[in-house]
Each structure stands twice: as C-alpha cells, then as structure tokens.
Unconditional design. Structure first.
Length: 117
C-alpha cells in the first residue's frame, strides 16, 4: 500500500511550498480512477471550477481534507498544477460519499495551487 499519493507535475510552479497548517486556495477537479480509460480518469465527481468563486480554501496538513491531499499538496509549489493519484486508504477508505464516491475508490485529482496564506 502506498503511503503517499503519486504526483505528476502538469505545470511547474515557481513559488514556495505550503507548510503544514497554512491555508491554501486551490482549483481542482476529481475523478474516480478507472484503469480502463487511457488517462485512468473515470467519472468526474467534483470540481471547484463548476462553482462560483476563486476555488477551494482549506488549512492543509491538519486533517480538514482527505489524507492524500494533506500529503500531496504540501509537496506542490505555488502556481503548480499537478495530478494526484490517491489510493483509497488515503482518500475515503471503506466509506462511500453519497452516491458520488463508492467505498474503497482510488481517486485522481488535478490540482492548481493558487495561493498560500
């Protein structure tokens, strides 16, 4: 079992990395992982771009979001766009999220780190 999400940099950032406890502003889209698809992206279940506003804001590294985000976002630089492949045990584990995310689902997120406070 992977202890970290797998990160693929889509666009390099040039700023600092967020530290545990920082508030970050991100744009993201999340998909169920589907290995039958060429890019492994299955059904889209959420996107900050589908809602008004600048994005999603949270305190990182303190358990406000899934563990895969807490571990993956702190490795990103300000301005970076990255794909995080998150195994189920670093996501929602054996819990389902409504009818959007079945239990034991591996997830993929494209994340843009827009701001660190």
């Amino acid at each position: 079992m992977a202890d970290q999400p797998t990160k693929t940099i889509l666009e390099e950032g040039s700023g600092p990395n967020p530290e545990k406890g920082n508030v970050v502003l991100m744009g993201y889209t999340g998909w169920l992982k589907d290995t039958s698809q060429p890019d492994n992206k299955g059904k889209k279940f959420d996107s900050s771009y589908d809602r008004p506003g600048e994005g999603f804001s949270c305190q990182i590294g303190v358990g406000q979001v899934i563990k895969g985000w807490d571990l993956g976002v702190v490795t990103m630089k300000l301005g970076e766009k990255a794909r995080l492949d998150i195994p189920s045990h670093l996501a929602y584990g054996n819990r389902s999220v409504g009818n959007l995310i079945p239990a034991n689902s591996d997830l993929i997120f494209d994340v843009h780190l827009k701001q660190i406070k």
